[in-house]
Design a protein around this ligand. Structure first.
Ligand SMILES: C[S@@+](CC[C@H](N)C(=O)[O-])C[C@H]1O[C@@H](n2cnc3c(N)ncnc32)[C@H](O)[C@@H]1O
Length: 221
């Protein structure tokens, strides 16, 4: 569902340290492709948690991958997650955290699921810098209201740091992330899957000046 979730997962894993046997929350996992990848690639256990995609749907994919002992699908809303405090070694979220995590108070309930020192990492669509002088002219015709959830690495770093709940916060833009986003839209269109030509046009015009993927990693204090 994310453009493309495996590329985003690889980008996040470059800045996180995942070890075999770790308990990982994949928050907003969609079709659990990232969860399956993480289990196979790193030998971690993954709680594949999502709202729009049901647990039974994801379980079929988990079984097809032969990962019934490692990937556990959960159907849950981000504000009522059925997990014990401190249960996870790492919390990851790909192209999903911006749907619920821009709320000032959200990190409080999310971070409590990680053990002290546990890693928290997200990749979300974002911008290089906040648009303090308004929207760049070339983006205006394409801008949808919900793109207001796209934020810069600095914005996300402040958003998390000011809570004092996490430390060692590093934030950047995924190198060439916009090209992954665009390539995925082009591949999907060429293969007859759902795509968005307007969005592709916007990305080509912008050419990475503003749009891309923001990557954020921290440790629970
Ligand atoms: C764009 S999809 C990305 C899915 C997947 N991570 C990927 O990249 O393919 C966003 C996901 O966020 C999840 N999501 C959005 N709001 C949510 C909420 N309030 N609680 C739980 N999940 C939520 C949706 O269920 C959806 O699968």
């Amino acid at each position: 569902m994310g453009p493309n979730v495996l590329w985003l997962t690889e980008a996040l894993c470059q800045v996180m340290a995942l070890e075999p046997g770790m308990r990982v929350l994949d928050m907003g996992c969609g079709r659990a492709i990232s969860s399956i990848f993480l289990a196979k690639e790193f030998g971690v256990q993954v709680w594949a948690t999502d709202l729009w995609i049901g647990a039974s749907d994801n379980w079929q994919r988990v079984c097809a991958a032969g990962l019934q002992d490692q990937v556990f699908p959960i159907h849950a809303e981000a504000h009522s997650l059925p997990f014990a405090e401190g249960f996870f070694d790492a919390l990851i979220s790909l192209d999903a955290y911006h749907y619920f995590g821009t709320d000032d108070l959200y990190l409080g309930q999310y971070a409590r699921l990680a053990e002290p020192g546990g890693q928290i990492g997200i990749v979300v669509p974002g911008v290089q810098h906040e648009f303090s002088d308004g929207l760049p002219q070339h983006l205006a015709p394409y801008w949808k209201w919900d793109f207001c959830s796209f934020h810069s690495p600095e914005w996300w770093r402040d958003h998390w740091t000011k809570t004092g709940l996490v430390g060692a916060v590093t934030a950047d833009t995924v190198p060439n992330g916009w090209t992954y986003w665009l390539r995925w839209l082009e591949v999907a269109a060429a293969q007859g899957f759902r795509s968005d030509e307007r969005e592709a046009e916007m990305l080509r015009l912008d050419a990475g000046r503003n749009l891309g993927f923001t990557r954020l990693v921290a440790r629970k204090t």
